[in-house]
Structure formats: structure tokens, C-alpha cells
Design a protein around this ligand. Structure first.
Ligand code: FE2
Length: 190
């Protein structure tokens, strides 16, 4: 599943990201280029396999679309049911988010010395075609939600690791110790 028979736009994105990462290890240079490739991927909403677009009544879903064999990056479809949201979380690796269908709201946070997450800037609306970035270098903590109360929304995420296996953190809104978590995937065992 992960390496064969990809839809053409996804295969093109995977090829572009592979070449970009092979050509330049400086995140500040390759990340905007990965963003451009993502813009191309989400410019058309006609390629995502319906199997990876299925919401769950209770939980937002993360379907692995591609895992680089060397673990350099992964591509995931993030499927929101109506009203679903993430906790405040980090990634620990770079991430590029492209809005494919519906709409998302994203709020960035800074973590205070005592562990309290403090909202940073306004909540951003992501509409189809929009691309956003996260990484420890540019701001890695956010909370994301489906902007729509009555529709499924889907974004495509690329991350600088096999994200389903990465140990990262959830930050309780009231402050206190961050909790470690590993997100896994809705369609693949680890
Ligand atoms: Fe995130």
C-alpha cells in the first residue's frame, strides 16, 4: 500500500519531497519548497482514496498514505468528523499541512515556564488550498479543530519522520506536566 499504486498527484508529491530532502538538509531552505509541493498536492481534490477519507463518529482519523522507507518523512490524511478537535500538542519534527476539503481552525501556543500553554496570535482559518507549517524551529505547539459542525474536513500532512511512531507531547490546557504520546495510524499497525 505504501509504495505502490499511489494516485499520480500523491506520487508526484512523494517524489518531490524525496528529491528536496536529498538535495538540502537545511530545514529553513527545504521547508518552503515542501510547502510549494503541498500546495500543488491540495490544489485539486480528486485523488484521495475514499478508504483514507473515512471519518469516525468519535475520533479524528490519521491514515498513513506514504512512509519513506528510511523514515525521512511520511504523508498522512487527517480526517475530521463534525466538531472534532485535537488536544494542544507538539510534533518534534517539521510538518507541512495542506487543506484539501472542508475547513480547519488552528491555534498556535507558546509554553510558559510553568508548563501553561499560552495562545500565540489569532486562531487561523485554513480553507482548501491553504498550507501551514510547524516545527521546533518555527513554532511546534498547536491545537487544531474541524471548523465545520456539520461536515467532514480533510487535510494532508507531511512530517519529517514516520510521525505515527514519534514520541511527542500533549499539553494540558490548565498547565502542568506535558504527557508523552505516540499517535499511531488508523489504518496501519506499528
Ligand atoms: Fe499538529
Amino acid at each position: 500500500m505504501q509504495n505502490n499504486h499511489q494516485p499520480a498527484p500523491l506520487q508526484q508529491f512523494v517524489d518531490s519531497v524525496s528529491s528536496l530532502l536529498a538535495a538540502d538538509s537545511d530545514e529553513s531552505r527545504f521547508l518552503p519548497k515542501v510547502g510549494e509541493a503541498m500546495r500543488g498536492l491540495v490544489a485539486q481534490d480528486d485523488w484521495l482514496d475514499p478508504a483514507f477519507a473515512q471519518p469516525h463518529p468519535q475520533y479524528y482519523q490519521q491514515y498513513l498514505l506514504y512512509a519513506d522507507p528510511e523514515g525521512k518523512f511520511s504523508v498522512v490524511s487527517f480526517v475530521w468528523g463534525p466538531g472534532q478537535q485535537t488536544p494542544i500538542h507538539d510534533h518534534t519534527v517539521w510538518g507541512v499541512i495542506g487543506m484539501l476539503r472542508g475547513a480547519e481552525m488552528a491555534q498556535n501556543y507558546a509554553i510558559a515556564a510553568d508548563g501553561t500553554p499560552l495562545p500565540k496570535g489569532e486562531e487561523l482559518a485554513l480553507n482548501p488550498g491553504a498550507v501551514e507549517f510547524v516545527s521546533p524551529a518555527i513554532g511546534d505547539v498547536h491545537k487544531v479543530r474541524n471548523a465545520l459542525e456539520d461536515q467532514v474536513s480533510i487535510s494532508i500532512h507531511a512530517y519529517g519522520a514516520n510521525i505515527g511512531k514519534v514520541k511527542r507531547h500533549v499539553f494540558p490546557a490548565e498547565g502542568g506536566a506535558a504527557k508523552e504520546f505516540i499517535s499511531g495510524y488508523s489504518n496501519v499497525g506499528l
